[in-house]
Design a protein around this ligand. Structure first.
Ligand code: ISC
Length: 371
């Protein structure tokens, strides 16, 4: 652990880019470090390989830590579970004015949905906390120990900033031509679920996401399959989730990402109208919140024997390419002794502004727990 800590802190103190991440339930924690401060933008989704960090706004370019410019390390995830980290959680009381402002935004979204063809808008807000930047190795330790089922990460580039989070949502997994994605929406705190089970509001909210993904993927896939809807745990929150699997017609990842991002789980429906509403009414820049991030075109060696017993020990090696991208939710950034926590929720005609405010408070707790 000491070696790990020193490696990360040295990189951070030297103002050099790195990403530290743990994919849901994986045995290993990964670290990629860049040896200079150059900022690389993703230009070619098909041929470039590395860790991408993409903003919500699709008109802005994604950043990549390219494999060719980085060193990669891995550590056993077990190492982060042995000593339970020490967070007591950050007690933060939001003032009534913040609640008012957010509920006004939600009511405006509800009115727009009632008066136009908009069906759903995912409104969001940012909390500002006076917090010194924590030791990045400790922050990651707490995140990954607390949320082993999420995609946890700490990402840093001196020209962009420091981001961290615990995402519950896969944007896509692609291996060869096999694609997997999820429609995730609808939220309850686990302690409320038995008294207040999911209602038609959340089922409809989540159906919109599932249907949108299925419709958008159809032209690009040979087969398409959706799972039964289930309840999925993310920290202390429960969401509704449908898993969608498909066989792609070609490996055009660029087209597929364009179909999936931003989904109605983070923007709304119809997408362009919802985006317009957010541009006009959300009084802050989302930056990387509700964008996507993760492994793009990672190559791993695939070994297989041509005989069941492997008698002649003849092993074929082939390189497999896979991508694992996640939606950047339950995340925060740090700047000048301030921590910014980003939270939102899906609004439909059936939404209640006070309940939506409470939902964003519950979501913020995911990050407050590890500060
Ligand atoms: C927009 C967020 O969550 C999305 C993902 C799951 C459930 C959601 C909801 O219930 O509104 C949101 O669509 C967020 O966490 O900031």
């Amino acid at each position: 652990m000491q070696q790990f800590k020193e490696l990360i802190e040295r990189q951070y103190q030297a103002n050099l880019p790195f990403v530290l991440y743990h994919k849901p339930q994986e045995a290993e924690v990964n670290l990629m470090t860049q040896t200079d401060q150059e900022l690389f933008y993703l230009n070619d989704t098909v041929n470039e390989s590395g860790f991408v960090f993409a903003p919500f706004d699709v008109s802005q370019k994604a950043i990549i830590f390219p494999h060719k410019q980085t060193n990669s390390f891995s550590f056993p995830h077990q190492m982060f579970l042995e000593k339970q980290p020490f967070s007591k959680g950050f007690h933060y009381k939001e003032d009534a004015r913040q609640a008012e402002i957010y509920q006004e935004l939600v009511n405006k979204a509800i009115a727009s949905i009632q008066q136009t063809e908009l069906k759903k808008i995912v409104t969001s807000r940012v909390l500002e906390l006076p917090v010194e930047v924590p030791q990045v190795s400790d922050l990651f330790h707490r995140l990954t120990a607390t949320y082993p089922d999420a995609m946890t990460y700490v990402w840093y580039h001196p020209k962009v900033g420091l981001w961290a989070g615990a995402s519950p949502e896969t944007l896509l997994k692609v291996k060869h031509q096999n694609l997997e994605t999820v429609a995730l929406a609808g939220t309850r705190h686990e302690s409320d679920l038995s008294a207040q089970p999911f209602t038609s509001k959340e089922y409809e909210e989540q159906d919109l996401v599932t249907q949108h993904i299925l419709d958008n993927l159809k032209p690009y896939v040979k087969t398409l399959h959706q799972s039964e809807r289930s309840e999925s745990k993310a920290g202390q929150l429960i969401h509704l989730k449908t898993t969608i699997k498909a066989k792609l017609k070609s490996q055009s990842l660029q087209q597929v990402i364009a179909q999936l991002h931003p989904t109605p789980a983070v923007c709304g429906l119809p997408t362009q109208l919802a985006k317009q509403f957010l541009e006009q009414n959300e009084a802050y820049n989302r930056q990387f919140y509700s964008g996507y991030f993760g492994e793009l075109n990672f190559k791993s060696e695939n070994k297989r024997s041509n005989r069941p017993q492997n008698i002649e020990n003849q092993v074929f090696k082939s390189l497999k390419t896979s991508s694992n991208l996640f939606v950047n939710l339950r995340c925060m950034s740090f700047q000048d002794a301030t921590c910014y926590i980003y939270v939102g929720g899906g609004i439909t005609s059936k939404s209640n502004a006070l309940a939506e405010w409470q939902e964003t408070c519950n979501k913020a707790q995911t990050m407050l727990n590890v500060l």
